[in-house]
Design a protein around this ligand. Structure first.
Ligand code: ADP
Length: 646
């Protein structure tokens, strides 16, 4: 039961609309105290603001409106219980103590956004409240109860917490990117910026800054340009976006900082720019790196400029991105008309397809590029060049190709003259040598008939030497034919093993020391030039005989595998040093160059053999160990039918 004066006190403390009504009512003489109390109770209970009234030091809940019951998650059954009985879950939180303190001291306690953990829907949940514990006093000033009003600000606090967290994240991102931010209020003429931005512009912490001060720090060479780009940005007709790069001179140590500034202007309804804000980034290192790269590039161009070869660089897709002075001079067009894919227009049409194939192969595999082709000079004359390029790698990745084109036209000319000479000379030698051979055979037959066996034997030896001479002339002729692309092939189907067997039998007659052993597997037929294949086998076996003077055995084996027929000639002779094995197929190359008298030869046999095999669609190789012997092999495509039936 409330006393009238207590109602008035409660109303004094409850600064809400209901109090005004209650005060009015309590002053109304027509209403009894009882009626006043009922009205008061009703108004508090209907109030949307949580209100609770606790009486005595025990804090007996005399009144708790629907709003506060809802906050607590309780019902009316708690009325009449003490605060601690009604809300035991508050044990361990500061509220019981706070109420007691207010009761003792008579001083109100006011909390803003205080955390309260309450039992809601059967589980403890965190809420935030603005609440007041107001002591209620009697006439003598003694506290008799506490009025508790509260406002649930949980949503507000959580939203603010989320906002703060997201601001933290943004700040973290800005800090990590070392990004400065700035925001200019154009009407007030003030700037708000983060520390990073202030540092970039070279201002001290706490220094008062105006837009004019900012301009003072800009490098004089950039100032005018910036004024113009800002003017465009804040002009509603042209602007909005701002993006500029300029230098700041620090007033502290005169250090120059390159800044990339990006911004946006905001306009009001009258089209006046009211706000202009954006970001700043220190790009000094990038600029320095770019300048360093440009310096290196200039050095590179300077060095390559006077080099006597055409020098170029290409991107990983094969397009040229740089050519030196010499290249520009040769083609007689500006560099722009050579770089990119344009260089291809200068390649001779007959060399073009192969050149592109070889270049594409290098680009995909990373293998060094090497190719001989004709390039059209500024007079429209094609000249032979040797192109070479190597990939430049960074961390194992190809980033660029560096190449040269060397003029080899004079060499090619000499080579042509030499080939022409060899062609004519060997052709001219062939006829008299053939006659000598014929005369020698007739003479041999005559002497044998006359019983002049000794003389006949001499003529036979002469015939053997004439045969050697014929072979040498044959080799020279073949080389000239290969080099001029005139080597003819007369292809037929023939039994591979059979041809090898016949060749081996013929050659066995030429040596008493060596035994030619065969180890044949079924090979079937091949489609090729029988005589040329015989010529290759002859070359391999005669080499095996020539280069194994201390051993007797030579093994000739054949096999059919993976749609290829393979023949190998193995000897147990002098062998070839590992670093020279690849070179023995080159024209005029001789490993035994300094042993000319021991092993005579021109260094042409293997070159001719490998060219024949290559042109027949096959391949040739050697395995050799110096001092132990060599195995020369070649493989040719086999007849499909034969492969399948085996
Ligand atoms: P040639 O024998 O007339 O010198 P080839 O072209 O037939 O020319 O051989 C090239 C070189 O390869 C020879 O000079 C020799 O040094 C080496 N060579 C060829 N066959 C053999 C072999 N069976 N054993 C060791 N070396 C060989």
């Amino acid at each position: 039961m409330f006393l009238p004066q207590k109602i008035a006190i409660v109303c004094l403390h409850l600064k809400i609309y209901i109090c005004i009504s209650v005060q009015k009512m309590s002053n109304d003489p027509s209403l009894s105290y009882k009626e006043n109390e009922n009205i008061f109770r009703t108004l508090i209970e209907e109030s949307p603001t949580p209100v609770g009234l606790y009486v005595g030091r025990e804090m007996v809940i005399h009144l708790a409106n629907q709003a506060i019951l809802k906050v607590w998650g309780k019902d009316e059954s708690i009325i009449g219980k003490t605060f601690s009985q009604a809300l035991p879950e508050l044990e361990g939180q500061p509220f019981f103590q706070l109420l007691d303190d207010v009761y003792t001291s008579g001083i109100a306690y006011e909390a803003t956004e205080d955390r309260v953990d309450l039992l809601a829907n059967g589980q403890m949940q965190t809420f935030y409240f603005n609440f007041i514990y107001k002591p209620l006093k009697d006439k003598e000033g003694n506290v008799w109860g506490i009025l508790n009003t509260a406002t649930d600000v949980t949503e507000l606090v959580i939203t603010r917490q989320k906002l703060a967290a997201s601001e933290d994240r943004i700040q973290f991102a800005l800090d990590s990117a070392e990004l400065g931010t700035w925001d200019i209020d154009r009407l007030a003429g003030t700037i708000i910026w983060n520390n990073r931005c202030r540092e970039l512009y070279g201002f001290r912490e706490g220094e008062k800054v105006t837009i004019t001060n900012v301009r003072d720090h800009v490098h004089p060479d950039d100032a005018e340009r910036i004024t113009e780009s800002v003017r465009i940005a804040v002009d509603p007709k042209t602007g909005g976006d701002y993006d500029d790069t300029f230098r700041i001179i620090s007033p502290i140590d005169q250090k120059i900082t390159w800044i990339k500034c990006k911004g946006k202007a905001y306009f009001n309804n009258e089209g006046v720019c009211t706000r202009f804000s954006g970001t700043t980034l220190d790009i000094t290192k990038d600029i320095q790196t770019r300048e360093e790269q440009q310096r290196l590039l200039k050095q590179f161009e300077f060095v390559t400029g006077f080099m006597p070869v055409q020098l170029w660089t290409a991107k990983t897709d094969g397009e040229l991105d740089y050519v030196n002075e010499r290249t520009v001079e040769y083609f007689g067009v500006p560099a722009e008309d050579i770089v990119g894919p344009a260089w291809q227009t200068f390649v001779h049409p007959d060399d073009f397809a192969a050149c592109i194939d070889v270049w594409a192969h290098s680009l995909t595999t990373g293998d060094p590029y090497q190719f001989e082709f004709r390039l059209k000079d500024k007079e429209g004359v094609y000249k032979w060049h040797l192109a070479r390029a190597l990939p430049f790698k960074n961390d194992g990745e190809i980033v660029k190709w560096f190449g040269t084109n060397t003029d080899i036209d004079d060499q090619k000319q000499l080579q042509r003259q030499k080939d022409d000479f060899l062609g004519i000379a060997s052709h001219e030698l062939k006829t008299p040598v053939t006659s000598i051979k014929a005369y020698a055979q007739v003479l041999g037959a005559m002497l044998t008939k006359e019983g002049e066996t000794k003389k006949a034997e001499m003529v036979l030896r002469m015939d053997a030497q004439v045969n050697r001479l014929t072979n040498l002339i044959g080799d020279l002729l073949d080389v000239t034919k290969i080099n001029s692309g005139r080597l003819q092939f007369n292809k037929t189907w023939f039994d591979f093993n059979q041809v090898i067997k016949e060749t081996v039998e013929d050659l066995q007659h030429t040596t008493q020391k060596h035994t030619l052993t065969t180890d044949f597997s079924k090979t079937g037929k091949v489609y090729s030039d029988k005589d040329r294949i015989g010529q290759v086998i002859t070359n391999l076996i005669t080499n095996a005989i020539k280069y194994s003077p201390q051993s007797e055995k030579i093994i000739i084996s054949t096999k059919l595998e993976n749609a290829e027929v393979t023949v190998c000639v193995q000897d147990f002779g002098i062998g070839i040093p590992t670093d020279k094995t690849d070179r023995v197929f080159e024209q005029f190359y001789r490993v035994s160059g300094n042993k000319q008298h021991t092993f005579p030869g021109l260094g042409l046999g293997l070159y001719i053999s490998s060219e024949i095999i290559r042109r027949e669609g096959g391949r040739m190789w050697v395995n050799s160990v110096e001092g132990k012997g060599s195995t020369f092999c070649f493989a040719l495509p086999a007849d499909d039918k034969e492969t399948n039936t085996l």
